[in-house]
Ligand binder design. Structure first.
Ligand code: HXC
Length: 508
């Protein structure tokens, strides 16, 4: 059936129409709509006289960069894109079909939430979507674009998906809108401040990407789809366009050799000084290939995808340029979630470590740093993909273990010569070991000597190397070649010592 799309009504709100969004997302003329004639069965509140085109949501399959995808787009011009039973059924069935067809699902959300006239039938529509979201998890990537309001229980379908994209001044996500907040909490707040793109990208960590316009947002979705496998078992993103010999000296696949040399001078002279870990990442992976995720949330950790010789790897790093790279609750959640995503789709993990530890003190303890930090341990220990770790500088205490150490199952661990692998930094250690002596100013000389001894003994990668906790101490400029060789060696890695179980119990 052909419909007259109400483009003007949507444009008046400063937004693209559902069909325009689909056309931007999918390769030209590739979209094939299904369930277009589906209609609501509601008779209350005058609904028996109302026809709702495609019941407010366009569903179908298309192609992105030549590969198939499932897409649904809620049309806000049709009864506010509200979700009734049939609308929900269409989305749930699309996800179920996508599981069978082994292709990612992209949801373009723009809806006033549960269709009020349909009552509990609308709620059941959500329930069916949630169930399919969970069935699909780990089978096919699920991507949500928040292209308008997303209120009430509606936020939980995006919340169950793998990646959430937001757009400035357009995205709204909240459990209850500003009006309810006013009624219940007597608080005036705008939609933007309650659940706008910036809030969810910077503070709540719910959103993975924030874009200035819808067009840029959809372009970014297309880019992400170029990095990730399109279903569990999809090997295509790992096929290098050109193969290089193992341990070969030529490592110039979309990569300038000069960058390797620059790695030698990335670290600041003083080990207490911060630097942006992206300066390292960008000099190791293929040129311009680092595609960061959750960039604005928990900046003390950096995660994303990159290509090495054309193959996708998942990147995880501490960032000494932000809070010294220390691990807190938010950074732990960010890292653990990314590690689990990569492991679910067999994306090899590349970890860069420069971490002074977990944040001490009551604030983070009360937030549950034990529970959150444990997520990193769990995620890395569980991950059976190839895991390569590079310790650029600090690797202290529990954080050394947590950041994909050999002990948690890293396949290769490389340390730069300035690596400091120890229980803690020199000042902290001397403060504990020589607490009594420190009280007496006459012991200043002794304490200084002990500090030097501690630094000489522990502030190096030597002991870890002697115990074979690290695979090799390497010059920074060797990093890319080592990583490349390691991943090539691990290409057919398989882990067969998993004890029989239903599923584990990650600390949530
Ligand atoms: C039915 C709805 C609707 C809804 C909007 N419309 N939301 N119809 N059910 N939930 C209709 C409006 O009546 C209007 O119809 C048209 O869509 C456009 O809506 P407006 O209000 O004019 O648009 P706008 O001013 O832009 O405001 C957008 C909005 C507001 C902020 C989203 O519509 C709103 O607050 N809607 C209710 C949000 C909400 O609380 N939803 C329920 C959440 S609870 P006409 O005919 O005039 O064009 C929930 C439970 C799920 O979702 C639980 C799952 C577990």
């Amino acid at each position: 059936m052909a419909f007259d799309y109400n483009l003007e009504k949507q444009h008046a709100k400063g937004k693209l129409h559902a069909i325009e969004r689909i056309n931007l997302l999918c390769d030209k003329d590739s979209f094939m709509e299904i369930y277009a004639d589906a209609q609501h069965q509601c008779t209350s509140f005058g609904m028996d006289k109302k026809t709702i085109p495609y019941d407010g949501v366009i569903t179908g399959f298309g192609k992105v960069n030549g590969k198939k995808v499932a897409v649904y787009a809620q049309d806000f011009t049709v009864q506010g894109g509200s979700l009734g039973k049939v609308h929900g059924q269409k989305i749930a069935e699309l996800i179920a079909k996508a599981i069978e067809c082994r292709c990612p699902v992209i949801g373009l959300n723009d809806s006033g939430g549960a269709r009020i006239q349909e009552g509990v039938d609308a709620l059941c529509g959500y329930g069916e979507i949630f169930r399919q979201n969970v069935r699909a998890s780990g089978v096919i990537p699920q991507i949500s674009v928040i292209a308008g309001p997303c209120a009430g229980g509606a936020v939980y379908s995006p919340g169950l998906t793998d990646f959430i994209f937001t757009v400035d001044k357009i995205s709204e996500m909240y459990i209850t809108g500003p009006k309810v907040v006013k009624q219940v909490m007597f608080m005036d707040i705008t939609s933007e401040d309650l659940g706008g793109a910036a809030i969810h990208s910077q503070k709540s960590g719910v959103a993975h990407y924030r874009c200035p316009t819808e067009a840029e947002c959809i372009e970014k979705v297309r880019k992400l789809l170029d990095y990730i496998p399109h279903y569990y078992g999809d090997k295509t993103p790992f096929e290098p366009k050109e193969k290089k010999a193992l341990f070969g000296k030529k490592v110039d696949f979309k990569y300038t050799e000069k960058k390797s040399a620059e790695l030698n001078s990335v670290l600041p002279e003083a080990s207490t000084k911060g630097y942006d870990i992206r300066e390292v990442i960008n000099r190791v992976v293929d040129d311009d290939s680092f595609f960061e995720s959750t960039e604005e949330f928990a900046g003390n950790a950096v995660v994303g995808f990159a290509k090495i010789e054309g193959k996708t790897v998942g990147v995880v790093a501490n960032n000494p340029g932000n809070l010294g790279g220390i691990l807190n609750c938010d950074a732990s959640d960010k890292i653990a979630r990314h590690v689990r995503y990569c492991d679910a789709y067999d994306i090899p993990l590349l970890t860069f470590v420069d971490v002074p530890g977990f944040v001490p003190g009551p604030q983070e303890e009360q937030k549950g740093i034990i529970r959150h930090g444990a997520k990193i341990l769990y995620a890395y220990a569980e991950a059976s993909v190839p895991k390569v770790t590079v310790i650029t500088r600090k690797a202290y205490g529990g954080a050394y273990i947590a950041m994909c150490s050999k002990h948690l199952g890293a396949d290769f661990v490389y340390a730069w010569p300035k690596a400091e692998i120890a229980v803690m930094g020199a000042e902290g250690a001397i403060g504990i070991l020589y607490a009594k002596e420190l009280k007496d100013p006459n012991n200043a000389q002794l304490v200084q000597e002990k500090g030097q001894e501690y630094r000489a003994t522990f502030m190096t990668p030597t002991i870890a190397a002697q115990r074979d906790y690290i695979s090799a101490v390497i010059e920074p400029q060797e990093t890319r070649a080592r990583i490349l060789s390691s991943f090539e060696l691990l290409e057919n890695k398989s882990v067969s010592d998993k004890p029989l179980k239903k599923h584990g119990n990650i600390p949530l």
